[in-house]
Structures are given as structure tokens and as C-alpha cells.
Ligand binder design. Structure first.
Ligand SMILES: [Zn+2]
Ligand SMILES: [Zn+2]
Length: 394
């Protein structure tokens, strides 16, 4: 069913409402209109495509809820809703479209996929979101009983949290540890989770022409991190049964990884931990593995973290001018150290985890002459909590 843009009140069309980001008018128009919502404008663009291009996730969601066809459209250059979402730079919109069945491999009239268009306009996070996308069925497949099994590899209640975990674009190990900590069900079932990730890795490598080496490596990598965190937890268990230790796993893990080497800057322990992970990748014949090894063994090699990030997320990795959280590598963190303002963090938790490293530099920076009148120049770890109180928005 096709509708011209007649649906509307007081002369305003759904396309006007989208163009003006007028959500309440948009809802009014949808409420008045019974039936299909694949409205076309005069250029063959659907309402969903317009909403995607605007990066308006509420409108996109409402249209999808009403059954809008995610792969519909008669745009003269064959752009899909996902192409428009990719151009908008809204990763959330792209995720909604992908969940609704948008095909990431569809190309426009110049042969470009949505991710390629996003890369073309510099929307790197969106590129990574699309390239890291995994259909829910790839995870829930393992909740089915296979062959002789009496129970599935993955209990059904873990399908959603594990799906969310594998969609993550930030592959910094500390971020992954924090994500796991925030999802206790995954952590409690770490053994099963890491096993399923290994199986997903194998599955990606045995898809024939659809083989996805990069995704296979990502699953291997995630499995490796989950196993490490679970090992730390197991070592912790006998020591005490006090509940207040809930931060310890991530803290131990990040202390290990973020500890600077002899030069005070390079993260030697993180590097060797991640190199071991690459070394353990079971598919050593594949191009992706060879590229990583070549890059890690080159003269002046990049850090293992940036090699892994480049492999999984494309050519860019914690390198350009965008600010990153000093703890977990999250882009454009919201907060900065209130004292020296020279490092940025997602939140207090990230600042807390990094304080054992940043403490010295912070004192040095903030005891420089210009700010030496500050009586708190010698802040120490005991004062950390009050320091944290002062965290300001960036
Ligand atoms: Zn962070
Ligand atoms: Zn500082």
C-alpha cells in the first residue's frame, strides 16, 4: 500500500513533521492515519528514510512499530533507510533499522553499502555499529538443544544480555570488564558464555563464502576477556564472602592492564595480555590473523590494543583527535578530572579505576605555578572520594 503524503493535519504532512523534528505533530499524524505507514514523498523516499536521515530515533521506532518496511524505498540512487541512517551518524537509528531487518550489504547506485557511506562522511562510530552488527538469531541459536544434548550451550535468559555484549563497539578490555560487571548474569555464567563465544567464532569461519574472519576474531577476543575476568573472580572467591567486594574484579583487572611500564607511559602488561590473545586465535591460516601478526611484529609496532581495535572496527583506533576516556577508551567522555582538567573519563567509576595511574601526573600538572595556590595540591588516595565529588561536566 502506498500513500502519498496526504496524511496530515492542518496542512502539515508527515514529511514536514519529520523535517521540523516535530515529534508531537508526527505522533498526531500517525494516530490519525490507520493502515500502512510506508508514505512516499515526490522523490520516492519513504517517511522512514526521512526519519532515519534526520537521525530521529523516536520517529524511526514509531514507524517501525507501525510496520514500516525497512527495505522499502524508490530513491533514485537506491539509498535504503540504513544508508540514510548511516549518513545521519546516529548509531542508535542504525541499530533500530538493523534490528528490524535492514540489510547491511545492500548497495546504492554507486555500489556503496551503508557502512561505506558512513565512512565516507566520517561517521566512524556508525561504521563500527553497522560492521559489528550481529542478528539476535546468531546468539539465540545456541539456546536450542543440539543433537544429543540434554541442555543447550546457552540458557535462554542469557541470549539478550549476550547479544547486547557482542554488539558493543568499544572493545577496550576495561570497557568490556565494566560491561560484564554491569551484567551479573553473564559474569555468573562466564564459563558458558566464553564457550558459546568460541563456538560463534568457529561458526563464523565455517560459513563458506559468507565467512567473516573479523567477526570470528571478535568472538575469540570476547571469549578470551570473559575467561580472564572469570579467572580473576574464581581466585577471589575463597578469600572472603563479603559483598562489598563487588568492584574488585574490574579493579584487579584494570590495575593489571592500566599499570604503566618503565617509561611511565606504555602499557606493557596490557600489550602482552592482548598479544597472547591474538596468539591463541585458532584460525592461523586466515588473512586477518596474518595482518595482525604482521602489524604486531613490524618495526615500531602499534599497541596490541590498537591493532585489535583496527581489526574489529576498521582503520581507526584510539588514535585521532577525538577525546577518549583514559580508563576504558570510550569516545567523547562526559567528564574530566576537575583538578588538572587534562584527562577525561566516562564517569566516577572510570576515574576511580584510573586514579592509581593518574595520581602522580595530576599532582604534577596541578602543582604547576599557575595553580599552586590550590591548597589541595597534594591530594592523595584518601582524598580521592572528595576529589570525585568535584568531577565536573566536561
Ligand atoms: Zn570510561
Ligand atoms: Zn587530574
Amino acid at each position: 500500500m502506498e500513500n502519498k503524503s496526504e496524511a496530515g493535519s492542518a496542512g502539515k504532512t508527515i514529511f514536514d513533521a519529520i523535517a521540523q523534528n516535530d515529534l508531537s505533530e508526527f505522533k498526531n499524524i500517525l494516530a490519525q492515519h490507520k493502515g500502512g505507514v510506508d508514505f512516499f514523498d515526490e522523490n520516492g523516499m519513504t517517511a522512514l528514510q526521512h526519519a532515519a536521515y534526520k537521525g530521529n530515533k523516536d520517529m524511526v521506532q514509531l514507524l517501525l512499530d507501525r510496520g514500516a518496511d525497512v527495505n522499502s524505498g524508490k530513491h533514485e540512487y537506491n539509498y535504503t533507510a540504513l544508508h540514510f541512517g548511516a549518513l545521519s551518524g546516529s548509531s542508535e537509528v542504525c541499530k533500530l533499522l538493523l534490528d528490524a531487518g535492514a540489510k547491511p550489504t545492500t548497495t546504492n547506485s554507486v555500489g556503496r553499502t551503508a557502512a561505506q557511506m558512513a565512512a565516507f562522511v566520517g561517521n566512524h562510530h556508525t561504521v563500527a555499529t553497522i560492521n559489528n552488527y550481529v542478528p539476535h538469531s546468531d546468539v539465540s541459536y545456541f539456546t536450542n538443544i543440539q543433537g544429543q544434548q540434554t541442555e543447550p550451550y546457552l540458557p535462554a535468559f542469557l541470549a539478550d544480555p549476550l547479544h547486547k555484549f557482542v554488539l558493543g563497539v568499544n572493545v577496550h578490555p576495561v570497557r568490556l570488564a565494566l560491561n560484564l560487571q554491569h551484567t551479573p548474569s553473564l559474569l555468573e555464567n562466564a564459563e558458558k558464555v566464553s564457550k558459546v563465544l568460541e563456538l560463534m567464532c568457529k561458526k563464523e569461519m565455517t560459513r563458506g563464502s559468507e565467512t567473516n574472519e573479523v567477526m570470528a576474531f571478535k568472538y575469540h577476543y570476547l571469549s578470551y576477556i570473559v575467561r580472564e575476568i572469570s579467572n580473576i573472580r574464581d581466585k577471589q572467591k575463597p578469600a572472603s564472602d563479603k559483598d562489598e567486594k563487588k568492584h574488585d574484579i574490574v579493579e584487579i583487572f584494570s590495575k593489571k592492564l592500566l599499570k604503566p611500564g618503565k617509561d611511565g607511559v606504555s602499557l606493557d602488561l596490557m600489550d602482552s595480555f592482548l598479544k597472547d590473545c591474538v596468539r591463541e586465535f585458532p584460525f592461523r591460516e586466515c588473512t586477518t590473523f596474518h595482518q595482525m601478526v604482521t602489524s604486531l611484529t613490524s618495526k615500531n609496532p602499534p599497541s596490541a590494543l590498537s591493532v585489535i581495535n583496527c581489526t574489529i572496527n576498521g582503520q581507526r583506533g584510539f588514535v585521532d583527535a577525538i577525546p577518549y576516556c583514559s580508563t576504558c577508551g570510550e569516545e567523547k567522555p562526559a567528564k574530566k578530572c576537575s583538578k588538572c582538567k587534562s584527562v577525561q573519563y566516562c564517569d566516577r567509576e572510570c576515574q576511580r579505576l584510573h586514579w592509581f595511574v593518574h595520581k602522580k601526573a595530576c599532582n604534577r600538572e596541578s602543582s604547576a605555578p599557575a595553580v599552586s595556590t590550590n591548597a589541595k595540591a597534594n591530594i592523595d588516595a584518601n582524598e580521592l572520594s572528595s576529589e570525585l565529588q568535584n568531577l565536573i561536566a566536561g
